[in-house]
Design a protein around this ligand. Structure first.
Ligand code: DC
Length: 229
């Protein structure tokens, strides 16, 4: 039997820096990248556009199985994403899309419907997958599982800067509230709650530079996945 491509799973709460770190690690290793949060955001956006209610589990699962999405790398950027043939990147990053994603992500039929799509990203030479349940549900066999955290304060500050840089104006207090609400929903929900896999390595990125965190993950990858690199 041929060996499955290696996987690095990076999970954690919103604003912990998962996306940035996953992108850096994937680009250093020359591996594929899965931003699973983008799939939940895309689904919420596609549903809103079609007038499907965000609590209609059956219709959402059906939509999830037939999502017309395309991803492409754009060098050091956040990547390009098309929904129904049209670029959507900035719309996906709004807090509204994040809230919608968090709502649809609480529905088990939706999570099941998105499993095959997520696993289809696992191709040679390897995959770096970021999300909430990469190490616990989607890629339980991942050779390296990282649970990336940061204090709620620091996460709100980072998100604030990210949005400001894009010209999106939101208050830091409102963002903090949003992050805390979303953390609570994501970790208290009954299906696939946000929690580290039993065999995950916990990495607190508070006060650490992007380079330092990326290097820690790469060191762990060299230690645990030496034969795949
Ligand atoms: O990482 P993000 O902020 O783009 O994720 C948006 C929402 O999607 C987040 O609130 C929780 C949900 N999500 C999830 O439940 N499972 C994943 N693997 C990724 C995201």
């Amino acid at each position: 039997m041929t060996k499955a491509p290696p996987v690095i799973a990076i999970d954690g709460p919103s604003g912990s820096g998962k996306g940035t770190i996953a992108r850096r690690v994937a680009s250093t290793l020359g591996w594929h990248l899965l931003d699973s949060g983008a799939l939940y955001r895309l689904l919420a956006l596609a549903a809103t556009r079609r007038g499907i209610s965000l609590d209609n589990a059956a219709a959402l699962a059906d939509l999830a199985e037939n999502l017309d999405v395309r991803f492409a790398a754009d060098g050091d950027g956040e990547g390009l994403i098309w929904l129904d043939g049209k670029p959507v990147r900035d719309e996906l990053r709004t807090e509204e899309a994040g809230r919608g994603a968090s709502t649809v992500a609480g529905l088990q039929p939706v999570r099941t419907a998105l499993l095959a799509l997520q696993r289809s990203f696992c191709k040679p030479p390897g995959l770096v997958a970021d999300g909430r349940d990469m190490g616990t549900h989607v890629f339980p066999e991942a050779g390296l599982k990282v649970f990336l955290t940061a204090s709620a304060e620091e996460r709100a500050r980072r998100r604030h800067k990210q949005l400001n840089d894009k010209g999106i104006d939101v208050s830091l207090a409102a963002l903090s509230r949003d992050i805390e609400d979303r953390d609570r929903r994501d970790s208290e929900r009954s299906v696939a709650p946000l929690r580290p896999a039993g065999d995950a390595r916990i990495l607190d990125s508070s006060g650490q530079s992007i380079e330092a965190v990326t290097n820690t993950v790469l060191d762990w990858a060299r230690e645990l996945l030496a034969e795949d690199l």
